[in-house]
Design a protein around this ligand. Sequence first.
Ligand SMILES: [Zn+2]
Length: 205
Amino acid sequence: MPEPASEIHARAIAAAESDGHLPASSFSTWDVFPWTVVDGAVRPKVLEAPGTEAPRNGDPGGTPCHTCAGVPPERIVWEDEDWILTREEKPTGLPMVVVLHSREHMDAGDFDDDQASTFGRICNRLVRIIQGLDHIGRVHVNRWGDGSSHFHVWFFARPAGFEQIKGSYAVEWDDILPPGDEETLRADLHVVATKLANWGGHARA
Ligand SMILES: [Zn+2]
């Protein structure tokens, strides 16, 4: 089962510097990171002039679609003929992060009613299953699609018991918190995969 909040907290304190702060995560160096420090105060970056957006992975003119090129089998948690649920390569800061992809190369908004219906049912089941694990506070379902054009939706399970780790900031804490252990994650993914397979498809985790 996922770690209780007290264990996550102890791991974070152990990984922190002597002043209690964890190191800044990699996304603080990304171009899209909106904050900077000016004279010791946190301020939004200056908004740059608009321009042409670069093609996404899988877009015409972009790099070839990573998903269509094949998902590594060790990353597949569950799959059926139309959908693939994957995990991240390594354990994450949050207790569980999984991504649901359409098997076919399509974008959000391209589904027919049957595909949209199936997608909604899988989402509903996944949220219920993951939130049913011990020590999970809530599952946040996120679709951005600014990096890859191949449809994918993120499920971020945040731990219960932290007022700071709420809303969209849970995604930032996912990169800030030291990751959990692989054995715990595998066991939890196995539970999620086998429960989801009760409605069809194949558990792979
Ligand atoms: Zn694709």
